[in-house]
Structures are given as C-alpha cells and as structure tokens.
Design a protein around this ligand. Structure first.
Ligand code: MEV
Length: 321
C-alpha cells in the first residue's frame, strides 16, 4: 500500500498512495446516527501521486475513469476536501507547491466510496512525499477530514473501508467501533450503476429533516435497522448467504421508507432478484449511484451482471471478503 519511489540522482521525487472503493452491505444512512453498519472494501482502488510542482499552491490532474458528469459535479467539493486534507496534514503548499495525480482502477461513481478512496489515497501519498510516516489510524483521520468536503457530516464508514480494507463492522462513536469481520470465503457480488450522480450531502440532510419531523416513525425504523445489523453479522459470519440476502432485501425496504432510494435503483434491485440474486439493495448515499446484489458463485454473478448490462447499465463484478 505504501510506496515511495526514489531516483538515485535527485532523491525523493514522488509519493504514492492508494485507497479502496467500498460497498455498504447494511445500514448506510442509519450509520450516521450510530446504528451499527457493515461495509466491505472492494478489489478496486484509487491511486494518488504527489510530486513537486513548478507553479503555486496545489493542482489536481484527475485521470480517474468516471461515470459521465461525476468529476464535473464534484469539482468544488474536491477542492474543499483537498484543502482540508492538506490543512490536517500540516502542509503549506504556498511554500511547497504540489501536483496531485489521481488514477487507479476504481471507476468513480456515486455509492462506491469514490470520494473516500481518493481522500485516503491523497493522505497516503502526502505522507510518503513529505516523509510524515503516518500510521493507518492517522491516515484514516486525514481521510475523514477530507470526506467532510464531500459529505458535510460523514459517519466515517467510507474512509474506514478505504483505509483498512476488508469486511468491517462499523459503529460511529467516540471512538468509532471498527471490528474486522471474518468470512469463510469471499462472496461474489454485482454492483449496478444507475449512471445518476447523486449528492450524499443532500441525501443525508433529507433523512435528518424527516427524522426530526416524524420522530416516532423514524425511531421505530432505526430500531429495526439496529436489529437487522446484528442478524446480518451473525448470518455473514456463519456464511448463511440465503439469510444474508433476505436481510439485504429487508434493508432495502427500510432505505425506501426513509426515502433515499429512487426508481432506477429499485428497478435494478428488482431485476437482480428476478435473475436469482440471493438479495439486493441500494448501496451508499442513494438517490442514484449504485446498488448491490448478492450473487454467490461466478455463474450467478455473470447471469445477474449480464441482465443489467442488457438493459444498458454499467456493472462491476467484484466480491466481498
Ligand atoms: C455514504 O456512503 C454513506 C452514508 O451513510 C453517509 C455516511 O455514512 O457518511 C449515506
């Protein structure tokens, strides 16, 4: 993960780092209110290179492959985020101008942890370039600062997955509970991209508004989400995938009730279930972005992925482990 490249003639010439993409399997949104949630890193990552720059301040060369309009729509948030990371790392780019180049094999879109993956990658690359020797915990803190530029009040779940990788039980708190979960073996999933770029900040704000307006209704929903998380952990750790799938379906229903799904996400979720997925749900901030289908085995994964592609959607065949 931590790479430093030396040129024997000129010494340290660039710092590199990377951050994983992620899929939230249970309880996005609820996690903002400290309801337990389950997230997994995926086998795709964003990379960052930080190197000295002839100009002033800092600049980003964003070479990530992306869903149309994603990078344009996130540009202002990316600026805010980068300033926050630099400040948290104590780097003054008026004295040491830098160029940041983003790349990697994570095709960036909403719902796949793109912002957190880039924040983690940048934090790691800065640590290398400036020889800060930051621990993973400190990288995670810097990435969390960066996430504020995109999300306003992030729970910290995305940067945690981007930094540590693996399957994680996450509960927001002081400090956050971050527990590595173990799976008997990896599980194939399909992530279906609606192609809609969504704003997590406003999705989170919408839930907050409705929660304040209907405290009793939301109180019950939040209790259901909490019970569901515990059942999901047990089912995942027992590798009881039929139960995991049913609980994902149930989680999607809760996310529909709190109004963060949309018709394109619901369409892909229904399609995945029709094709035999064990379960399916939206994933991430919602109101567009990605959904996830649980498709153990290469054959089922392929069947579900192809059905989505036939309807014109971009898909990612990946796994949780
Ligand atoms: C976004 O990937 C997940 C949300 O729960 C927001 C957060 O936890 O910060 C919607």
């Amino acid at each position: 993960m931590l790479l430093i490249k030396f040129d024997t003639n000129v010494g340290l010439i660039m710092g590199k780092g990377s951050g994983f993409g992620k899929v939230i399997l249970f309880n996005e949104h609820f996690t903002v209110y400290s309801i337990p949630s389950i997230v997994s890193a995926i086998d795709r990552a964003t990379t960052a290179i930080v190197e000295p720059f002839e100009g002033t301040g800092w600049t980003i060369d964003d070479q990530r492959e992306a869903t149309p309009r994603y990078k344009e729509e996130k540009l202002e948030q990316q600026k805010d985020s980068t300033e926050r990371i630099l400040k948290a790392a104590g780097i003054d780019t008026t004295r040491t101008p830098i160029k940041i180049t983003l790349g990697g094999d994570l095709v960036v879109a909403s719902g796949i942890g793109a912002s957190a993956a880039s924040c983690t990658a940048i934090a790691r690359a800065l640590s290398n370039e400036f020889n800060l020797r930051l621990s993973d915990d400190r990288i995670n803190e810097l990435a969390y600062e960066g996430e504020k530029g995109y999300h306003g009040t992030p729970s910290g779940i995305d940067n945690t997955a981007a930094t540590y990788g693996g399957l994680i039980w996450f509960v927001r708190g002081t400090p956050n509970v971050i527990e590595r979960m173990k799976l008997e073996r990896p599980i194939e999933i399909v992530m279906g991209n609606t192609g809609l770029v969504a704003d997590t900040k406003s999705a989170v704000a919408g839930v907050r508004e409705r929660k304040e307006k209907y405290p009793e209704k939301y109180g019950k929903l939040f209790k259901e989400a909490e019970d569901l998380a515990h059942k999901a952990r047990k089912a995942l750790e027992g590798y009881n995938l039929k139960v995991v799938g049913k609980l994902m379906d149930e989680n999607h229903r809760l996310l529909q009730v709190i109004e963060v799904s949309c018709k394109e996400l619901d369409f892909l979720v229904d399609l995945a279930r029709e094709q035999g997925a064990f379960g399916a749900k939206m994933t991430g901030g919602g109101l567009g972005g990605n959904m996830v289908a649980l498709t153990p085995g290469k054959d089922l994964q392929e069947k579900v992925a192809r059905a989505m592609e036939k309807k014109g959607f971009e898909v990612l065949r990946t796994k949780v482990w």
